[in-house]
Design a protein around this ligand. Structure first.
Ligand SMILES: Cc1cc2nc3c(=O)[nH]c(=O)nc-3n(C[C@H](O)[C@H](O)[C@H](O)COP(=O)(O)O)c2cc1C
Length: 383
């Protein structure tokens, strides 16, 4: 690409507060069920490190619990003690060594805690799980209403207990900073604790944490205020929301209003997912097709005036670039397509023609791939 040619937006750095992302490709949070006692380990170094090797600009951890009962499964990572900080530090250092930035998703499962891993059923634990040594724990939520029939009955949180969870998020952010993370994200989506308070379907409380939209948003805003105060001012804060959760539930207007309130509190980017409130991940409020959640990111950015991240079946470089060029989002999160191809970012750069000589690749790969490509000329057939 000559200097005169325009660099694709996808590969143009983006500075938010004091952090410059080398490009706008983000690896979306993806739980892997490989942690023990909340500790990240060699698996996570290889899994997350691979995306940094593949030159994504920002690599997210999986949803990482701020307290033990806030895990979705007992195989999730956590950030409630200092040993977990040390375990993450190694991963963050590796990601930094590859030139990428690292993001921590701070999570609390709420009433969707103590579950099966998604590929093993994505429901409440059953006899088969108990035979594997899995143990249930008491889950908490806005009310005693479970996710669905047969699921654990949550204990309804008191206002004082909510204060404890707000503090756990703040402590998680402090530990994330100590581990060296560049970005923190509050997980407010997919029916977990915060989402279950936002939605009128799951939050039928009649105290100050329920009722109208302001009441239902209260826990999200209190957590955000506490995390922003604990998280360094020069580091960006993201918030993931389920932009809508079904016909009579939380909707896109609510999401735009929430995004504006979050921005007031110092949230820099709203990460626009959807669904997950009831039952399993397969109960989705809208049909899935490439870019199915882009309109949500667009509404947050263009109606709400808040930076947004688009996610959901964004499959290739041209599609991602078009989302940015059309002004629908500021960042592109890649989930499953990065499982399919951990080197998604450098492949997208090739596709967009901005890295013809493999200069973006890790040097020890790129030098050889450039030579290989130049050798791909078929010998002339004999006359
Ligand atoms: C294996 C897997 C694990 C996931 N775990 C999380 C998670 O920990 N936190 C979260 O917010 N979303 C999680 N998600 C959702 C993704 O971050 C992403 O929003 C979703 O897969 C849609 O994007 P995609 O079509 O690019 O995969 C997970 C998705 C997958 C496939």
């Amino acid at each position: 690409m000559s200097a005169a040619e325009k660099r694709p937006l996808l590969f143009t750095p983006l500075t938010i507060r004091g952090v410059t992302l080398p490009n706008r490709v983000v690896i979306s949070p993806m739980v892997q069920y490989h942690a023990k006692d909340g500790l990240a380990n060699d698996f996570h170094v290889v899994h997350l490190g691979g995306f940094a090797r593949g030159r994504a600009g920002l690599v997210f951890t999986e949803g990482t619990a701020v307290e033990a009962i806030g895990r979705v499964t007992q195989h999730d990572t956590g950030i409630w003690n200092d040993e977990q900080v040390t375990a993450f530090r190694r991963i963050v250092d590796f990601i930094h060594g590859e030139g990428a930035k690292a993001a921590l998703q701070l999570a609390h499962s709420g009433r969707k805690g103590s579950m099966q891993p998604v590929p093993e059923g994505n429901g409440p634990l059953n006899e088969k799980d108990f035979a594997k040594g899995r143990r249930a724990w008491e889950v908490v939520g806005p009310t005693t209403e479970p996710v669905g029939p047969g699921w654990l009955i949550p204990r309804a949180l008191s206002a004082a207990e909510i204060g404890g969870i707000v503090e756990a998020f703040a402590q998680g952010a402090k530990r994330g900073d100590a581990a060296g993370f560049d970005v923190a994200e509050i997980h407010g989506a997919h029916g977990y604790l915060i989402a279950s308070f936002l939605s009128p379907v799951s939050n039928t409380r009649n105290d100050g944490y329920g009722g109208d939209r302001a009441g239902r948003m209260r826990i999200a805003l209190e957590i955000t205020r506490a995390v922003r105060a604990a998280w360094p001012q020069h580091k960006p804060l993201f918030f993931r929301v389920s932009s809508l959760d079904g016909a009579d539930g939380w909707n896109l207007d609510d999401t735009v209003a929430l995004s504006q309130a979050l921005k007031e509190l110092g949230v820099d980017v709203v990460d626009c997912s959807s669904g997950g409130l009831t039952n399993t991940a397969t109960a989705q409020p809208i049909p899935r097709h490439p870019g199915f959640q882009v309109p949500f990111a667009s509404a947050v950015r263009n109606k709400g005036g808040v930076k947004s991240m688009a996610v959901g079946l964004i499959l290739d470089g041209k599609q991602a670039e078009a989302v940015l060029q059309d002004g629908h989002a500021d960042l592109i999160a890649i989930g499953r397509q990065a499982l399919y191809d951990p080197f998604w970012a450098v492949h997208a750069a090739q596709e967009l023609g901005c890295d013809p000589s493999f200069a973006m690749w890790p040097q020890e790969y790129g030098w050889w791939l450039d030579k290989r490509t130049k050798s791909l000329v078929l010998p002339k057939a004999a006359e």
